[in-house]
Write a protein that binds this ligand. Sequence first.
Ligand code: DAT
Length: 186
Amino acid sequence: MIIAVSGTPGVGKTTVSKLLAERLGYEYVDLKELAISAGIAEPIGEELEIDVERLPEVAESMLRKKRVIVDGHLSHLIPADIVIVLRADPRILGERLRNRGYSPSKVADNVEAELIDLILVEAIERNERVLEVDTTGKNPEKVVEEITRLLREGVTKRVGVVDWTEHYDEIVEYLHIGRHGQNEGG
Ligand code: DAT
């Protein structure tokens, strides 16, 4: 049983995955580490470039028949039995990523990805079984409780629980466009 936990960086994947693994008695797997050990990841500057073409088969061969929680913003690309996509208000995400020391453009990229449901859409395109969970205003325990409840109830698809465009005016301030060139008619 492979449970993937995906979502925009900073959304709470690692925190929730470790707790979820503990609750379910599953093994916790960091997808980045798995990719490194399989030789399909290459450091490019400060980033780690993972070969996403090979990732699905590599992950499947390494995790098959195990009970694992797979943590990573690419984990929705692997053949998981179920994909959990964590969501968080982009404004909260923006603050978290700033506090992590991300550059303004990297903060903007991730806030934008969250705003437009990027990972959720990718997950839905690849997997029938996607559970979207909004973490906003919930502590990690609460998030894990929600996930275990959905799993217990046998829910295999639940998407469309958030719409960040309602807060677009505030979110746009985190986007690159909010910093550069906006006063010049852009
Ligand atoms: P990710 O693995 O998605 O990058 P993380 O687990 O490292 O995210 O969490 C990012 C930060 O947010 C970290 O400081 C812990 C905090 N955090 C995670 N889940 C949270 C939650 N539900 N409520 C408040 N803070 C949370």
